[in-house]
Design a protein around this ligand. Structure first.
Ligand SMILES: Nc1ncnc2c1ncn2[C@@H]1O[C@H](COP(=O)(O)OP(=O)(O)OP(=O)(O)O)[C@@H](O)[C@H]1O
Length: 368
């Protein structure tokens, strides 16, 4: 998958800007701090998921003192070339595909598949379990419609069950109806999370040694509230039966996949407890590249890879390794405020200078 054109109008610090990108190449956006490099990455990510990785308030992306903003892109995939456009004003978000208005989120999201690495991702290890669930869910939602539908059904049931637990008098029969339906959803979600993590870890494990000279072994464990085996349904039923009195006491559902966690480790020690900054970045990069390989296996094409400020805190060896590990048929955007040595690249690479909300393509430098 490739972005061939990208246009902004009143987006962040860009007034009006237009970019063209070659397919598959590495595109380096360089420039001093606060010039608009990450803004470009944010725009691509926003077209992919209709949410920003920096703010939960999309209106902040509208250029100061303006009333609306627009991001537009031409996407080339294996199947087709299509135009995507988002127009956002304070009270309205309008979506367009092929120049036609699109009314639902689900018929827009999915056209552009992008995988992002950004410095805040390092919070994956230190943050709350909800962040790790979000990481896994975001990818599974892109990969499986069944997962998306089941997760949203479960979330609704959980809300209803919690309301039923709070009501007086308590309707135990109704709570049981919700519990039974939640168990059906959980059987699907637990199996999919388990299988996805196994696949992701297998792929990432094969990449991590390149970053760390094969010294450490990365791994991850899926922590849910029941054993994952052939007795899953029975275990779920027993867990809810045992927890019912607690649920009634606290008036909220104490157990469920909404409390799952995923623990990432190096040599058996949780990453958060002992990994260096460089090692954390290396684990994350192995995970992100692992994700890209999963998408390739499923779709027969790589997603777009967005690497925001990826080089800081990586030593030169790791920087070189990262570049060598990037698949040839993947379009990649890298932002950097650091000097970049052109001899790191042995493939098509394009440089752009970003300065105060303007973009200038530099002379193509190609080392082949
Ligand atoms: N809504 C907005 N309107 C106008 N300018 C904005 C808006 N939001 C952010 N900016 C400006 O965008 C710039 C930041 O851009 P960006 O985050 O892309 O920087 P960067 O080049 O990636 O920098 P760094 O190397 O420090 O990460 C800042 O100058 C900021 O003031």
């Amino acid at each position: 998958m490739n972005i061939r054109k990208l246009k902004f109008y009143h987006f962040r610090n860009y007034d009006k800007a237009s970019f063209s990108f070659e397919e598959n190449g590495i595109h380096i956006l360089r420039g001093n701090n606060a010039q608009g490099k990450t803004n470009v990455v944010e725009a691509i990510y926003f077209l992919s998921l209709l949410r920003s990785f920096r703010t939960s308030k999309p209106n902040l992306m509208i250029k100061h003192d303006e009333e609306m903003m627009m991001i537009e892109a031409q996407i080339e995939s294996k199947e087709r070339t299509e135009d995507l456009k988002v127009v956002l004003s304070e009270h309205k978000k309008q979506l367009f595909r092929f120049g036609q208005p699109v009314s639902t989120y689900s018929s827009f999201v999915g056209s552009l598949n992008a995988i992002l690495f950004c410095p805040d991702d390092l919070m994956l290890f230190a943050g709350a379990p909800s962040q790790r669930r979000k990481f896994i869910d975001t990818e599974l939602i892109k990969l499986s419609k069944t997962y998306t539908a089941t997760l949203s059904h479960y979330q609704k049931l959980l809300k209803d069950r919690n309301l039923a637990l709070k009501s007086t008098p308590v309707d135990r029969a109704l709570i049981q109806v919700y519990t039974d339906q939640m168990i059906e959803d959980e059987k699907i979600i637990i199996k999919q999370r388990h299988a996805f993590l196994k696949d992701l870890i297998e792929k990432s494990q094969s990449l991590y040694p390149f970053f760390d000279d094969g010294k450490e072994v990365m791994d991850a464990v899926y922590k849910t509230f029941v054993p994952i085996d052939e007795n899953l349904e029975q275990s779920l039923k027993e867990a809810y039966a045992t927890s019912l009195s607690k649920d009634l006491f606290y008036k909220t559902t104490q157990l469920g996949i909404h409390k799952d966690d995923f623990i990432f480790s190096l040599n058996g020690v949780p990453v958060i407890e002992s990994a260096s900054q460089g090692q954390k970045r290396s684990v994350l990069l192995s995970l992100k590249l692992g994700l890209a390989h999963i998408v390739y296996e499923k779709d027969g094409q790589y997603p777009i890879l967005l690497l925001d400020d990826v080089f800081s805190e990586l030593d030169e060896g790791r920087k070189r390794t990262l570049i060598q590990m990037l698949p040839e048929q993947m379009q990649i955007f890298i932002t950097s405020a650091e000097p970049i040595q052109t001899d790191w690249f042995k493939r098509k690479v394009f440089f752009y200078t970003i300065e105060n909300g303007t973009i200038k393509e530099e002379v193509h430098e190609r080392n082949e």
